[in-house]
Design a protein around this ligand. Structure first.
Ligand SMILES: NC(=O)c1ccc[n+]([C@@H]2O[C@H](COP(=O)([O-])OP(=O)(O)OC[C@H]3O[C@@H](n4cnc5c(N)ncnc54)[C@H](OP(=O)(O)O)[C@@H]3O)[C@@H](O)[C@H]2O)c1
Length: 260
């Protein structure tokens, strides 16, 4: 890779991350693609390099490994790739009662959804601040606005991502670095199967990952703070759910996670 600037996308092998990679490539950005699925990433690299005049660098890492973020950073540094756009998209959920779920799965989820995202942000923020320019997009969820019985840890990890991103955005408001947080509703991706949510009603009208990525990229380019892809959900979460009695909200939230 001869070029020096690139967009790094975690979870670029599937779903929203893959669509964001395509859009970034269309804009002419060089890419660093991170995920576990080596073959999928290499196929995407070949496709995007053939279609666009860009360089794509593949990094195969399991982000549930607490040492992965530092390895990714060192890897891009060694290859002389400056990350001017960081898209922390990788993440996963898991359905079931907390007491009955495998604790390791929950801890890995917390590492991928929160800790590795935080580590990558801290690492890549330093050179961005030095250059006084950069964009960070963290992929959260509409789940971040309410507690989620039957996906308790997942909803909590996303609450962290939305809170962290907003606070960081404010801290960086006098710099050239912007932070945006994407809060999608249901999207038809590999997420549903990975979280054992097959058959859940919420995903019956799921949006396409391509449509969500388009809104996300536009919002990030504008430096928008919170990016929603569904207006009705945005209204509900901002203006209706905060007013509901807590016990009622928890019961409604639980119902949406039940599988009939
Ligand atoms: N789909 C939805 O309804 C929805 C709604 C709101 C928010 N989101 C959020 O959107 C983001 C993207 O998810 P998606 O819907 O596009 O799901 P997806 O199709 O399952 O894609 C998830 C991506 O994350 C990567 N990933 C997962 N675990 C990883 C690990 N341990 N190490 C490295 N990479 C890992 C996967 O790659 P490998 O398997 O190749 O490692 C894959 O590329 C997630 O943060 C999710 O929470 C999704």
């Amino acid at each position: 890779m001869h070029t020096s600037q690139a967009t790094l996308i975690t979870g670029a092998s599937n779903g929203i991350g893959l669509e964001l990679a395509k859009l970034q490539a269309q804009q002419g950005a060089n890419l660093v693609l991170v995920a576990r699925s080596k073959d999928k990433l290499n196929a995407l690299k070949n496709e995007l390099e053939a279609k666009h005049n860009i360089s794509v660098y593949v990094v195969v890492e399991d982000l549930s490994d607490p040492t992965s973020a530092q390895r990714i950073f060192d890897n891009t540094q060694t290859h002389g790739i400056a990350i001017n756009t960081l898209i922390n998209n990788a993440g996963f959920g898991g359905h079931g009662k907390f007491a009955e779920r495998n604790l390791n799965d929950e801890l890995n989820m917390m590492q991928v959804n929160m800790a590795t995202l935080t580590q990558l942000t801290h690492l890549y923020l330093q050179p961005m601040l030095k250059a006084n320019t950069g964009k960070i997009l963290n992929v959260s969820s509409t789940a971040s606005f309410i507690p989620g019985p039957l996906q308790a840890v997942y909803y909590a990890t996303k609450a962290y991502v939305t809170s962290f991103s907003q606070a960081l955005s404010e801290e960086l408001s006098d710099t050239g670095v912007t932070v945006s947080v994407l809060c999608p509703g249901a999207v038809s991706t590999g997420f549903v199967k990975a979280a054992n949510l097959d058959g859940n009603d919420l995903w019956k009208n799921a949006k396409t990952p391509a449509s969500v990525a388009k809104i996300a990229q536009k919002g990030m380019d504008q430096g928008k703070l919170i990016i929603f892809n569904e207006k009705a959900l945005e209204f509900m979460l901002n203006w209706v759910t905060p007013l509901l009695p807590r016990r009622m909200l928890l019961k409604i939230s639980r119902k949406t996670m039940e599988i009939s």
